[in-house]
Write a protein that binds this ligand. Structure first.
Ligand code: V47
Length: 394
């Protein structure tokens, strides 16, 4: 067993790039940084100042705590009406490798999740052209029946818009979206995951994921969920054809939406922002290299500094690798996601969908990075655990 390592003492930052001095002062004074300043942070070679500053901010939010959870991902079908260029997950109906889970399959997954003591099931799939709306509510109800205590975080904004269309509510605009989310809550939905946001920019949209909902519609879905009292997350898929300026715009738009939710005292909020590095796989963009290690660190640090009104920054270890997630904990991230087990959307360290980290692995990675591991539930409440029995501490 690795011996516990004492938490790092945060040393005074020695700023090598003088251009960063006013930004450091601003952040320390609690003043919000601009997109232009975000770009300066992207362009500096003084990566230590950037990461140390992001670390200072994450410590103000969370001290030396770093979160993980015990979860399962269910990717219920890879059949998708869209053909996003970055995606290596989707298949067309009847194409080799296309699959969809029956409700019986879902029940087996739920039983397995319950027996393992998972607190969350995270569900995402393609935009299946023929499954009826009742499949989605049945899927949630089936899990609820088997595992009533497990939080169900399901369906990206893109899927919610698809569900509005197939349940003939697509023309009702935001009212249709709200009514779909309402039905899903009624079945047992607990929150929305952050997927499908990609990069909120029409140029990038038209080149890399034409046909998908645009940024404004993604935001409308999350606003509708927040208004109905659900929390949600937000992702940013970076390191493909987008520019750094476009990433910073994406961050600003999320920040503005969170401000609006706070000003209007809306119950639901963005709880975590999750930068997802583009994994080329065998996608149509596989000729691109994907972001390098330093770009990953810069991005997580800048996300922490720009999103001053979102409490959590997640380094999703499945896409970042556990090693990179450890670095990220020192550069602004406070969460590395969970045990996962099966994950079908991207494969980095594995050639199969079996991508699992045990609790011991996650805790060791966190301790090694100099932090205190805390098991959380989906809503970031601390979990008290005795084997597979668990409860949350408020
Ligand atoms: O929406 C697809 C992205 C997302 C690739 O909310 C890719 O807690 C990189 O949203 N390279 C799904 N990314 C995953 C997701 C997520 C993950 C972990 C936690 C949470 C949360 C949400 O994955 C998709 C898409 O944006 N994606 N293909 C790719 N080749």
């Amino acid at each position: 067993m690795t011996p516990p390592i004492a938490p790092l003492q945060n040393p005074e930052i020695r700023i090598k790039d003088p251009l960063l001095e006013p930004i450091v002062e601003k952040v320390r004074a609690g003043v919000r940084i601009t997109e232009t300043e975000g770009l300066q942070l992207y362009e500096t070679n003084d990566i230590w100042t950037l990461c140390s500053l992001a670390d200072e901010v994450r410590r103000k939010w969370h001290g030396d705590i770093a979160y993980y959870n015990i979860n399962r991902h269910i990717n219920y079908s890879n059949v998708c009406a869209l053909s996003c260029k970055f995606c290596d997950f989707y298949r067309k109906k009847d194409q080799e490798g296309a699959y969809e889970y029956s409700i019986e399959d879902i029940k087996k997954e739920a039983q397995g999740a319950k027996e393992s003591g998972a607190t969350e099931i995270h569900i995402v799939g393609g935009l299946h052209p023929w499954l009826p709306f009742s499949y989605y509510t049945d899927l949630i109800r089936a899990i609820r029946e088997i595992a009533p205590d497990i939080h169900i975080k399901a369906f990206t904004a893109v899927e919610i818009v698809h569900l509005a269309k197939i349940s003939k509510r697509g023309r009702d605009g935001n009212a249709g979206i709200s009514s779909v989310i309402h039905d899903l809550i009624d079945a047992g939905l607990g929150s929305l995951p952050g997927g499908g946001a990609e990069v909120f920019d029409d140029r990038v949209h038209d080149e890399a994921f034409r046909g998908k909902i645009r940024g404004q519609q993604w935001m409308d879905v999350h606003r509708a969920a927040h208004e109905l009292g659900l929390n949600s997350n937000a992702t940013m898929l970076y390191g493909h054809i987008e520019s750094r300026v476009e990433r910073l715009r994406h961050m600003s738009l999320l920040r503005e939406e969170q401000d609006r939710a706070n000003e209007d005292s809306i119950e639901g909020k963005f709880q975590a922002i999750i930068p997802l590095p583009f994994i080329p796989g065998v996608s149509e963009l596989s000729h691109l290299p994907g972001p390098g290690g330093l770009e990953n660190l810069r991005t997580i640090a800048i996300v922490r500094l720009m999103l001053d009104n979102v409490p959590h920054v997640k380094a999703f270890w499945i896409m970042q690798t556990i090693q990179m997630a450890q670095h990220m904990l020192q550069c602004g991230a406070d969460d590395i996601d969970g045990t996962v087990v099966w994950y079908d959307i991207t494969k980095v360290s594995s050639s199969s969908t079996h991508q699992e980290c045990t609790v011991k692995d996650l805790e060791r990675a966190i301790i090694d990075a100099g932090f205190t591991p805390v098991e959380r539930d989906t809503l970031y409440r601390k979990v008290q655990r005795n084997g597979t029995d668990w409860s949350v501490l408020d």
